[in-house]
Design a protein around this ligand. Structure first.
Ligand SMILES: *Cc1c(COP(=O)(O)O)cnc(C)c1O
Length: 199
């Protein structure tokens, strides 16, 4: 996660061999993308406003934050306009059930997936979740196990989506995330140092 860090710092990480970067604001992502090497695989991680869909389609390899029907429909609409044939997404799950967090409550995932038809441009590759705001290892692990169970359930129910990716784990908890089955982790400060401003 390179959010808030300037392109020059992202370039340094690139020079060390990193090729996947995540941003949580469309504007910031696009402006960095313009300045940085073309083989970077950009991820949009964070709330996606419906009116930004148009700008982000075709610019990222994965949208980690599919979380509502209106976003599904807007992605489909804009992809058709732009002639884009496939948009890879993760559904963001509100695993902590904190009101301040974006994401779909676990029980609402099924209905959202049902709204993405087999021939939609949207391909759901898995789930993304942010652990509850705590340092309690057991509580964090339990939230990861819960999202993993939801993923297994989705895999058996909706076989035409892939469900291969489980994007959990940040600097504080990525080791636990991997142990609990996470296979995509979103590391910010452990790579770039502490952020001086809020992402
Ligand atoms: C900022 C951010 C991260 C990275 O956080 P660190 O604690 O710096 O590793 C991961 N995921 C999301 C959704 C973020 O917003």
């Amino acid at each position: 996660m390179s959010k808030t860090f300037p392109s020059s710092v992202v370039q340094e990480a690139y020079d060390c061999g990193i090729r996947e970067f995540g941003e949580n604001k469309v504007q910031e992502l696009l402006s960095k993308k313009k300045k940085l090497p073309g083989d970077i695989r950009w991820h949009l991680i964070g709330h996606l406003q419906t009116n930004k869909v148009k700008q982000v389609l075709g610019e990222v390899v994965l949208i980690h934050s599919l979380d509502r029907l209106s976003l599904v429909r807007e992605i489909e609409r804009q992809a058709e306009k732009k002639g884009i044939r496939q948009v890879d997404c993760l559904i963001q799950v509100n695993i902590s059930r904190e009101e301040s967090k974006f994401g779909v409550l676990p029980e609402a995932i099924g209905p959202l997936v049902e709204a993405v038809s087999r021939d939609s441009v949207i391909k759901i590759l898995g789930l993304m979740g942010i652990a509850p705001f705590t340092e309690d290892e057991q509580q964090i692990r339990e939230s990861f196990r819960m999202i993993r169970r939801v993923q297994d359930e989705m895999r058996s129910k909706f076989v035409f989506h892939k469900w291969d990716i489980l994007s959990i784990g940040m600097t504080q908890d990525y080791c636990w995330a991997i142990e609990e089955g996470g296979n995509l982790i979103r590391i910010g400060s452990a790579v770039f140092g502490a952020r001086s401003i809020q992402g």
